[in-house]
Write a protein that binds this ligand. Structure first.
Ligand SMILES: NC(=O)c1ccc[n+]([C@@H]2O[C@H](COP(=O)([O-])OP(=O)(O)OC[C@H]3O[C@@H](n4cnc5c(N)ncnc54)[C@H](O)[C@@H]3O)[C@@H](O)[C@H]2O)c1
Length: 283
């Protein structure tokens, strides 16, 4: 795979290292840091999908450090149980493609911990094929089902429990590939762009229910999902984000008072909220 194609998914480094906030007078935005207030997540009940490994495991671990109560859910039962034992949290076997299984995972979390405050819809897989000769319809359906249905079903299943808990904070793991062209894996770029669109639409829709919905858009992060391209990235000097950096940014997003926003996370750059260009006015 060509490095130029891989790095096409990297967003330009943005100078807005902070959270841009309107001054209210329609003039210049002011910047404020995205901070995690002490004890903001203490005692919150969290469910993290794809929590057996990688970014989900990192987020679960960071949540536990903040004294949150954590359930991880994953299709890999053996690894999930081992991770739960290692982190000292609860494990639920879950295939995010199954709506009823998502409902059961939420029910189990609520039954064990008494509610649901934080939801990280994070399970995902790469989609290493094109629409050319290597196209495989089963691989396509699987990638769309895990990366997109998994977020749709996860939110739908959790919403009643979050309302019953007095509201909550939902984060979907999208990707920089959902904001920039992801030439080598067009289906991955497509399902991640769909997650971006979903987050933007859901954010304003559930404010009245006390539910905030946001997304994270990491660049290449240090997990198993990049194994197939790690060598090329390293050879090309492409920085790889430590899992802890993604986890720390995700926790700040859980606690930040924003809705429908996408947090860009790159190596060596303060996380920042992506600003979408406005649409041209209809004539
Ligand atoms: N690592 C990166 O460079 C990067 C960058 C941007 C976005 N992401 C996204 O981050 C998320 C986490 O990926 P990661 O990098 O930690 O990879 P990973 O492979 O380390 O972890 C993914 C986890 O999801 C689980 N999973 C896969 N299919 C599942 C299913 N059907 N139901 C439940 N669990 C399932 C796996 O068992 C695994 O534990 C994914 O959505 C991925 O697309 C990763």
């Amino acid at each position: 795979m060509k490095l130029a194609a891989l790095t096409a998914a990297r967003a330009p480094v943005c100078c807005a290292a902070m959270h841009a906030e309107s001054t209210g007078d329609g003039k210049r935005p002011v910047e404020r840091p995205i901070e995690l207030a002490p004890e903001a997540l203490r005692g919150k009940v969290a469910l993290v999908t794809g929590g057996a490994a990688g970014l989900g495991k990192g987020v679960a671990s960071a949540l536990l450090e903040q004294d949150a109560v954590v359930a991880i859910a994953d299709i890999d039962a053996e690894l999930g149980a081992a991770t739960a034992e290692q982190l000292a949290c609860h494990f639920i076997e879950l295939d995010v493609r199954d709506l009823d299984a998502n409902r059961r995972a939420v029910e189990e979390t609520v039954a064990k911990f008494g509610g649901l405050d934080l939801l990280h819809l994070n399970a995902g897989v790469e989609s290493p094929f094109t629409l050319g000769d290597d196209f495989d319809v089963d691989a396509y359906r699987r990638a769309m089902a895990i990366n997109l249905d998994g977020v749709v079903f996860g939110f739908h299943a959790a919403r009643p429990a979050m309302i019953a808990s007095g509201g909550g904070s939902v984060i979907a793991t999208a990707s920089l590939a959902g904001l920039a062209a992801m030439a080598p894996q067009p289906v991955y770029g497509t399902n991640k762009a769909a997650v971006v669109g979903l987050v933007r639409a859901l954010g304003p829709m559930h404010i009245a229910e006390g539910i905030r919905v946001n997304g994270i858009c990491p660049g290449f992060a240090d997990t198993a999902i990049i194994e197939g391209v790690r060598e090329a990235l390293t050879a090309g000097g492409v920085p790889i984000i430590p899992v802890k950096a993604v986890a720390d940014a995700t926790l700040r997003l859980f606690a930040d008072d924003v809705n429908g926003r996408l947090l860009v996370i790159q190596a060596g750059v303060e996380p920042y909220y992506f600003r979408f260009p406005g649409l041209p006015r209809a004539r």
